[in-house]
Design a protein around this ligand. Structure first.
Ligand code: ADP
Ligand code: SF4
Ligand code: MG
Length: 328
C-alpha cells in the first residue's frame, strides 16, 4: 500500500513584490503511512502550514507549485479535478487549520458549522444533522452538547472552540486528520487535554494523524514518527524514540537542546540561537550552515541531499550521509 499522504520534493513559490517568483518550500518530503501518527515540526516560518495545506491543494491563491508531487492514497492531488478535491477535503482528510480566517464563523451557531462537512459530503440535513451535531460535540468531550450547539463561537472558551473545530473536521468521517498547531493559543492545561482528546479520537476512529507543531515535546506525546522541516525543506525523518534519543541533524539537536533548556512545559517557546533565513534567501550550501556548530567548508558550497541514515531514518546533512544532491 502506498503511504496515505505522500509529498515528494515539493517546491512552492510566491510572486515577489518586484516581479519574479520566490520559492518558500524547496525540498519538502513527507510520507505518512495509513494508521500512523506523524509529527511535522520546525520553527515558525519553516513551511509547516504550507506543507499541510498542500496535501489537499489548499495553498494560498498566489502560491504556485513549481516542482515535486503530492499524493493521497496514491492519487495525484496536484492534477486532480476540483470536484475530486472537494471530496478529498473533509471527506477523506479532516483539517484543523492554523489561520483564524479559516476558523469558526462568528455569526453562525456552532451546531450548523459542526455539521457543514456532513451536509456537503454525506447529504445530512434537518433532524439528522441536529442529532449528528450533538453526537460529535459529545465525542469531543463537550459536557453540554445541546448548549454548545446553540451557542455562537464568542460564547465559548478557547479550549471549547478548538474542540468544536475538531468536531467539524471529523463530521464527514475522514480517514485522516491534519491538525495545524491546534493547541498554540491554549493555556497549558487546555493543551494537555486537547492532546489527550486527539489521542483518544485517533484510537476510537482509527485515524491517520498529521500533527503540526513548533513544539517538539508536545508532538512527542502524540506521534510515532516525526518529520523535521527547516527553511522550506525536510531535514530529518525518524521514529519518535530514535529522534529524541539520538537526533542526527544538527537542527533537530538544537531544537531538542532548546527544549531541555526551557524545561518540559509545553507551550514555552524554546529558542535556537540565530534565526531562520528569510524564505527563498538560502544561498547554495546547507541552509542550516549559518547556525550550525559543525559547519565546515563543504557545507557552505553544496547542498546536502535527504538520504537514508540507517534504522529507517533519513537525514539531510553531510555528517550523517555521504551523498550529495546532483548539481548542488
Ligand atoms: N501567502 C503568502 N505569501 C507569501 N509568502 C508566504 C505566504 N504564506 C507563507 N509564506 C512564506 O512561506 C514561509 C513558510 O510559511 P508557513 O508554511 O506558514 O510556515 P510555518 O507554518 O512553519 O510557520 C513563510 O516564512 C513565508 O515567508
Ligand atoms: S550539512 Fe554541514 S552545516 Fe548543514 S547541518 Fe550538516 S554539518 Fe551542519
Ligand atoms: Mg504554521
Amino acid at each position: 500500500m502506498p503511504p496515505i499522504i505522500e509529498v515528494e520534493g515539493l517546491v512552492v513559490a510566491f510572486p515577489k513584490p518586484g516581479g519574479g517568483m520566490r520559492a518558500v518550500l524547496d525540498g519538502v518530503t513527507l510520507a505518512v503511512e495509513a494508521g500512523e501518527a506523524m509529527g511535522l515540526v520546525g520553527e515558525s516560518g519553516c513551511g509547516k502550514s504550507l506543507t499541510a495545506l498542500a496535501t489537499v491543494r489548499l495553498l494560498p491563491q498566489t502560491a504556485r507549485v513549481v516542482g515535486g508531487s503530492v499524493r493521497l492514497g496514491g492519487e495525484d492531488v496536484l492534477g486532480a479535478e476540483e470536484k475530486r478535491l472537494c471530496e478529498l477535503r473533509g471527506g477523506v482528510v479532516g483539517f484543523v487549520f492554523q489561520e483564524p480566517s479559516r476558523a469558526l464563523n462568528p455569526v453562525r451557531s456552532v451546531g450548523s458549522q459542526v455539521t457543514e462537512a456532513a451536509r456537503l459530503h454525506l447529504g445530512v440535513r434537518g433532524a439528522a444533522a441536529t442529532a449528528l451535531a450533538g453526537r460529535l460535540l459529545a465525542e469531543v468531550g463537550l459536557d453540554e452538547p445541546d448548549r454548545v450547539a446553540h451557542a455562537y463561537p464568542h460564547q465559548l472558551s478557547g479550549g471549547e472552540r478548538q474542540r468544536v473545530l475538531l468536531a467539524s473536521a471529523l463530521a464527514a468521517g475522514p480517514r485522516v486528520l491534519i491538525a495545524d498547531e491546534p493547541t498554540s493559543a491554549l493555556d497549558t492545561v487546555s493543551q494537555q487535554r486537547l492532546v489527550e482528546l486527539i489521542r483518544r479520537l485517533r484510537e476510537s476512529r482509527g485515524l491517520t494523524l498529521l500533527f503540526v507543531s513548533h513544539d517538539l515535546a508536545l508532538v512527542g506525546r502524540l506521534v510515532e514518527r516525526v518529520t523535521v522541516l527547516y527553511a522550506g525543506e525536510t531535514v530529518e525523518v525518524a521514529g519518535r524514540d530514535a529522534l529524541f534519543a539520538d537526533p542526527r541533524h544538527p537542527y533537530t539537536q538544537a531544537l531538542l537542546q532548546a527544549r531541555l533548556e526551557s524545561g518540559d512545559a509545553p507551550g514555552l517557546f524554546p529558542t535556537v540561537p540565530g534565526a531562520v533565513p528569510r524564505a527563498g534567501e538560502w544561498g547554495t550550501g546547507c541552509r542550516f550552515a549559518p547556525r550550525c556548530p559543525h559547519a565546515w567548508e563543504r557545507c557552505r558550497g553544496a547542498r546536502p541531499a535527504l538520504a537514508p541514515a540507517g534504522d529507517g531514518r533519513t537525514v539531510r546533512c553531510f555528517l550523517a550521509s555521504d551523498e550529495e544532491e546532483p548539481g548542488g
